[in-house]
Design a protein around this ligand. Sequence first.
Ligand SMILES: Cc1cc2nc3c(=O)[nH]c(=O)nc-3n(C[C@H](O)[C@H](O)[C@H](O)COP(=O)(O)O)c2cc1C
Length: 369
Amino acid sequence: MRHLIAFVFILLTISNLSAQNRTLVAYYSYTGNVRSIVDELKGLTNADIVEIQPAKEGERYEADNYAIGSALISAIRENPDKAESYPEIKPLSVDFGLYDNIIVATPLWWSNMAAPMQTFLFANGAEMAGKNIALIVSSASSGISSVVADAKRLIPNGKFVGEPLWINNKNRSDMPTLLANWTKTLDFKSNMTEKLYITIGSVTLTATLAENAATQALVAALRESPITYSATDYGSFEKVGPLGRSLPTANEQTTTEPGDIVLYNGSQIVIFYGSNSWDYTRLGKIDNATQQELKAALGEGDCTITLSLSAENNSENQNNSETPTGIRQSDRTATPDGPMYDLQGRRISAPVRGQIYIQGGEKKFKFSN
Ligand SMILES: Cc1cc2nc3c(=O)[nH]c(=O)nc-3n(C[C@H](O)[C@H](O)[C@H](O)COP(=O)(O)O)c2cc1C
């Protein structure tokens, strides 16, 4: 069968793989150099991997003084906007919606990106808009600036992250070290909208994080494991408790609003259901909750709060195998006494006491059993 699906998913089960930060490695390799790089990469990342393969098997691109390879690159150079200029590749089925980060690993051919990889990006570059893109290029000796330009042309709205990694015949023996160091420099997270999940009893709220050194440190800690702490009710406007670690501070005089999450004294986290003015470092804000809903969710008096980066990490949600779908989706089929959803958009059979849930397109609160 000529058009075999050549889609190889290698799912490496590393505990912290989450839908918020998944990485895809897309690679092409003719003589095996890029494949070796990707093999090495497997031990360094928890990425899914897809291999691009030319539809025409057994082609010898280097024959007759690289005549075929040269012709393929010339055709693309002459008409880069036409699909016919690109050599056919085997069909692939990649759900780009699953990924925030894409590492493109490719050989260099005649100063440009190898033709089959160009085909893949020509066909799929639009779907990579807004994603973090990192580039690995392997050549014998030629510099890679035109390959970088190809990548930017083919993924016009990608967020290119870090310096491309260039492996060539001079540094190839150091590839494992170069690759390990390069992956450490990739700061995929800084371009990401990381959600914070806040669980109080049976209620889980989401919050959008501010972008600063404190939230970066908090996210790094939460990638290791969720944080559970005891919070005290203070001043009838906040729940405050120890994070168990210090975060970098950038305190400024702030008048808080309900839903604001701040760092106080470097190591105390405060969630507001009311307002106060003080020197705080901003951490984020709870999404789409009214003051009444916040008060109900946080309860009266002291409480135990768990922070995590994924709904899967909170014990209440572990029993629920449905993937979060977002509240809007549930609203589309809403009827007043229709299906009920939690704040992550997962169908629930019945709300428990104290839970905020969605029914008939409206947020509701379960007061008593
Ligand atoms: C058709 C073709 C053209 C190439 N052109 C160049 C070139 O212009 N400059 C260069 O340094 N290497 C060139 N190379 C060598 C490859 O870039 C290099 O060997 C790369 O590591 C191959 O990766 P791979 O083994 O994963 O296919 C070319 C290779 C092929 C097959």
